[in-house]
Design a protein around this ligand. Structure first.
Ligand code: ATP
Ligand code: MG
Length: 392
């Protein structure tokens, strides 16, 4: 029955003179999202509205699900699109539409016509009144309510005529690509994929870096991160995932530094390496899944220590979230089941029994000097292990 979708967008409607950039980015993302769907689609902008017209048979559920992954879309209206064959015929179509979409018609409604094609013989007000009457004739159980109707029946008269009344919620946010690019530190945990989702939702394209420590972390642990990147890419578009071998750095820190500072110092090296790759790939910031107080390395004191080593801004979209709130998002976006698979993480293997929660910066810096002999070389070697996986 439905052959088109009207795409509603909220925030990007208010960007003034740059509006068309946002609309074009949204159209680009919609095209990309629908590429994997069966069927061909024409995506076009007409009088400030974006439509997706199916040009062939398609799988309705699949298309709706894909569109629900496209940031920038606030609502998806499935549209019945018909040729103009006179007003009477149109009323018949609308009556049939109501029967199909609303098996229970004991509801109030309002007809809202928009005459975009000015040579149509009836004016909007007239369409509203006459069609309302035709509906009441067909379904005496329905009632008109012009203030708060249960069903707002939109009739748009263009070259063709568009009929729609339902709005399926979209994910909101801004179209990916309108906000620059950032480098996500992606581990196999629950938090960082959610952080990536949230930053992408604001229109930021993401690349990712994962530090693995073979043989202490397995191939399965690495595959889990690839899987998570793939789920995030369902929203964020293709993700360039950099996999860095971190083993030698970790062993060296373990050998030279006090164990209760291991996590912090290790994290500082992760940030340094991530920033290095970020700068080479035109990323404008780093993104982590940290949240204040979640673990010892995420207290305010510890965050100062990890922040200090980079000059790019570090974005932490989950900073004020409770674990439960993060879990809820991860369930919603579909990363949770993958995140909880029990594969070891490089940080858990080298973790100290009593990590510092209030690291002193001067002390940390001093202890990092214990690494002077070999660390530069090790970082260089680690960067050479960079394996880029394009995940989509
Ligand atoms: P997550 O669930 O994202 O793993 P976490 O609660 O386990 O987070 P930590 O292990 O302290 O927290 O890591 C904090 C952040 O550091 C992560 O959210 C992630 O952004 C980054 N990070 C940690 N380990 C790695 C890793 N092996 N590779 C890349 N980034 C990492
Ligand atoms: Mg982790």
């Amino acid at each position: 029955m439905f052959t088109s979708f009207l795409i509603k967008y909220a925030e990007i409607g208010i960007k003034g003179r740059n509006r068309y950039l946002f609309e074009d980015a949204l159209i680009h993302q919609i095209k990309f999202a629908l590429k994997k769907c069966e069927g061909t689609f024409l995506i076009h902008k007409t009088q400030g509205r974006i439509y997706v017209d199916a040009e062939t048979e398609f799988d309705y559920d699949e298309v709706v699900e894909r569109l629900q992954h496209v940031f920038g879309i606030s609502g998806i209206c499935p549209v019945v699109c018909v040729e103009d064959e006179g007003f009477e015929k149109l009323c018949d179509t609308v009556v049939a539409y109501l029967a199909e979409v609303y098996p229970d018609r004991n509801r109030t409604f309002k007809v809202q016509a928009r005459r975009a094609r000015k040579n149509y013989p009836k004016e909007s007000m007239e369409i509203n009144a006459d069609m309302g009457e035709a509906i009441l004739d067909a379904y005496p159980e329905m009632r008109v309510d012009v203030h708060q109707p249960d069903i707002l029946l939109n009739i748009e008269i263009r070259e063709k005529i568009y009929i729609y009344s339902e709005t399926i919620p979209g994910p909101g946010g801004m179209p990916v690509g309108t906000g620059g690019k950032a480098m996500l530190l992606l581990s196999g945990g629950i938090d960082s994929p959610v952080a990536g989702y949230m930053i992408a939702k604001r229109g930021v394209k993401i690349d990712a870096v994962y530090f693995h420590a073979p043989p202490y972390t397995s191939e399965r642990a690495r595959q889990k991160v690839v899987d998570l990147a793939r789920i995030v890419s369902g929203y964020a578009g293709p993700v360039y995932l950099h996999v860095i071998n971190f083993t030698d750095i970790q062993l060296y820190i373990h050998e030279k530094c006090p164990h209760e500072e291991l996590t912090i110092i290790m994290r500082r090296y992760m940030m340094r390496i991530a920033e290095h790759i970020a700068k080479e790939t035109e990323c404008l910031g780093l993104v982590t899944g940290e949240s204040i107080g979640q673990v010892a390395s995420q207290t305010m004191h510890s965050l100062i220590a990890t922040n200090e080593v980079c000059d790019l801004p570090v974005y932490r979209p989950l900073i004020g979230f409770d674990k439960q709130e993060i879990v809820e998002v991860s369930e919603k976006i579909g990363t949770y089941e993958t995140s909880i698979q029990p594969y070891e993480d490089c940080c858990t293997i080298f973790v100290a029994k009593h990590p510092v929660t209030k690291p002193n910066l001067n002390v940390i810096r001093r202890h990092e000097h214990y690494l002077d002999e070999k660390i530069e070389e090790l970082v260089k070697t680690a960067l050479e292990t960079d394996e880029v996986i394009i995940v989509e």
